[in-house]
Design a protein around this ligand. Structure first.
Ligand SMILES: [Zn+2]
Length: 343
C-alpha cells in the first residue's frame, strides 16, 4: 500500500510500504476514505532533523473497517468509523475519566510504521478507539465527520477548557482550522459574543460563518488594545488559545479578563508560559492541553450527522495521496487552510 513518510524537514514522500495488518487480537485494520494534513504536522515539516527510514505521517482519519482481531466486538468489517488522533484502550482509569490522551496503553499515529496519510492503517485497541458512525459514507458529511478526529474536537476542548457558557463573551486567538473550530464550538455552547484574532480574510470569513461577531486583524499590542476596546476595557472572560507560540499565548493572557480562563490547545512551541506574573496578579486560570477527542466524539457526532454544525468547511482543498507533499507545502505557505486527503 502507499503511505506518507517524512524523512526530515521539508522532505515528505509518498511511498510503497508493507500493507497494514492485524498484530494484536484487539486491533482493527481500517481502509482510509478521508484523511488530512494537520497544523501540527507542519512543526516537523519546518524543523524535524533527519530520521533514518523516515517517520510515517497522519493521525486524523475516517474509514471503513476491513478486518478485526478476535477480541474486537464493537466494530466489524464494513463499518464506517471515526478515529480520534490518539488510540486508547477505553477501559483504564484515565479512559473512564474521559482523559483518553493519558490512557495507560495509549499511543498516537504518525510515528514508527503506522500513519493515517495512507491507504490503510492499523488501529490498536479498536474497541476503545474507534467510533462507529452508524451510517453509510455520505460525501456531504464526510469532511465534517473527519474534523471529529481532531480539529473540531480540539476546538471544542478549547471552549470547554475556557469555560464557555451560554451568553459568554469569548476571544479566540488563531485563525487556523482549530481556531475556526473553536469559534464554532463556542457558538454551539451558546456564546453571545465571539471575537476572533486573525488577519487572513479567507479564514475570518469562515469564522463569521461559524458565529464570530467581531474580527480583530491587528497583531501584538494593537490586537490586545482592540479586544479591550471591544470588551469595555476588561478583556474576555473566556479565551481560546489555538496557536501555541509564546506570542499567541502572551496575547491570550493579555486579552483575558481578570478572573477569566484561557483554554489552551495550541501545541506549545517552547517551554515558556509568557505573562505568568500578570496572570498571577489577575487570577487568570490556564486550562486545557492535548484534546481527549475520543471523549467528545459521541457528544459532537449527532450535531454533525443532523447538520446543526458543519465544521468540514475548514477544508479548502482536497487532494489525492500522491499530492500530499504538495499539500504540506501549500499549508506551510498558508495558501491552504487545511487539506483533505482522499487516498
Ligand atoms: Zn485507557
Amino acid at each position: 500500500m502507499k503511505a506518507t513518510v517524512m524523512y526530515e524537514a521539508g522532505d515528505v514522500r509518498v511511498e510503497e510500504v508493507a500493507d497494514a495488518g492485524l498484530v494484536e487480537a484487539t486491533d482493527a485494520v481500517v481502509r482510509i476514505t478521508h484523511s488530512c494534513i494537520c497544523g501540527s504536522d507542519l512543526w516537523p515539516y519546518k524543523s524535524m532533523g533527519a530520521v533514518d527510514g523516515g517517520r510515517r505521517m497522519g493521525h486524523e482519519f475516517v474509514g471503513v473497517v476491513e478486518d478485526v482481531g478476535a477480541d474486537v466486538s464493537t466494530v466489524a468489517s464494513g463499518d464506517l468509523v471515526i478515529a480520534p488522533f490518539v488510540w486508547s484502550d477505553g477501559s483504564c482509569d484515565f479512559c473512564q475519566e474521559g482523559l483518553h490522551t493519558s490512557c495507560r496503553h495509549g499511543g498516537v499515529w504518525g510515528n514508527e510504521d503506522n500513519g493515517a496519510q495512507a491507504e490503510a492503517v492499523r488501529v490498536p485497541w479498536a474497541d476503545g478507539t474507534l467510533v462507529k458512525v452508524g451510517t453509510e459514507p455520505d460525501d456531504a458529511l464526510l469532511p465534517s465527520l473527519l474534523t471529529l478526529s481532531d480539529v473540531f474536537a480540539t476546538g471544542h476542548h478549547a471552549a470547554v477548557s475556557a469555560e464557555v457558557s451560554p451568553g459568554a463573551t469569548v476571544a479566540v486567538v488563531g485563525d487556523g482550522a482549530v481556531g475556526l473550530c473553536g469559534v464554532l464550538a463556542a457558538k454551539r455552547l451558546g456564546a453571545d459574543r465571539i471575537i476572533i484574532l486573525g488577519r487572513h480574510e479567507d479564514r475570518t470569513a469562515i469564522a463569521r460563518e461559524f458565529g464570530a461577531t467581531d474580527v480583530v486583524a491587528e497583531r501584538g499590542k494593537e490586537a490586545v488594545q482592540r479586544v479591550r476596546e471591544l470588551t469595555g476595557g476588561d478583556g474576555a472572560p473566556s479565551v481560546l488559545e489555538c496557536v501555541g507560540t509564546p506570542e499567541s499565548f502572551g496575547t491570550a493572557a493579555s486579552i483575558a479578563r481578570s478572573g477569566g480562563t484561557v483554554g489552551r490547545v495550541g501545541v506549545p512551541q517552547d517551554g515558556k508560559l509568557p505573562r505568568a506574573d500578570a496572570m498571577f496578579m489577575r487570577n487568570i486560570s490556564v486550562r486545557g492541553g492535548v484534546c481527549p477527542a475520543r471523549a467528545y466524539i459521541p457528544e459532537l457526532l449527532p450535531d454533525v450527522l443532523e447538520g446543526r454544525v458543519e465544521p468540514g468547511l475548514v477544508f479548502d482543498s482536497t487532494i489525492g495521496l500522491d499530492e500530499v507533499p504538495e499539500g504540506y507545502r501549500a499549508m506551510n505557505d498558508r495558501e491552504t487552510i487545511k487539506a483533505m486527503v482522499k487516498p
